[in-house]
Design a binder for this molecule. Sequence first.
Ligand SMILES: [Zn+2]
Ligand SMILES: [Zn+2]
Length: 259
Amino acid sequence: MTITPAEALVALQPWIARHRRTAWRPEVRTDNSTPTGSAFSGLPLLSPDEDWPACPSCGVPMESMLQLDLKTLPTDRYGSDVLQLFYCVANSCDRGWEAFADQASLCRTITPNDARAATTNLNRFPTKAIHAWTAIEDSPDAPEHERLGIKFDYHFKDVPFKPMEMWCPELDLHFVGSEFIRCLEENVTAADGDKLGGWPLWIQGVEYPICPECGTEMSLVMQIGSEDHVPYMFGDCGVGHITQCPQHHHVVAFAWACT
Ligand SMILES: [Zn+2]
Ligand SMILES: [Zn+2]
């Protein structure tokens, strides 16, 4: 019996459905000029006596790229503090991309009770207050398929040539031919652009940071795409990810990757 890649996708539906997650797109508006809640380039909360954070590399005030009031999100899995990403958007800055490098960024949580809103807006970009979230369905990106139970044999070094193979052991499925792998990669992917939760869109392969306190793999809080809500490009159309330790909600990190 021969089956088509589209039919293979139908056969794989139980695996696809099991790994589907809800993500949320931010709905923004610009009519709130002093948001202290969730916003892109809004007025951030600061600790008492704290100045607006400056870039560790070049010293200019960093952009309050994203602030999330975690207790107002459509999911309570991230805790109840306020999560912040300050990021240097100065043209000439030497920016790192790795999690915890903090070369030109500050990713942290702050407890609202101890904090006050900044009084002067030092952002370069227009404020976009997040007033709602729209749920979307999200799926794991192709680089994660293998760690989620799909097995591949590419036969790259086999002589004579052998076609690529793909297995789903939990569903007892086996497919021979690169077209099946390509069909899965094209149809089961992570959404691009800005989103809360869901699955990270990976540019350079899977790069979940590890929590320095407990060794647990950190999970996605928010994906920030190039030129989506923030008019900024990470490298060449890169994608940024804010991640958090599921056990330690105060352990958060920002990293980005591009091609
Ligand atoms: Zn800088
Ligand atoms: Zn941890």
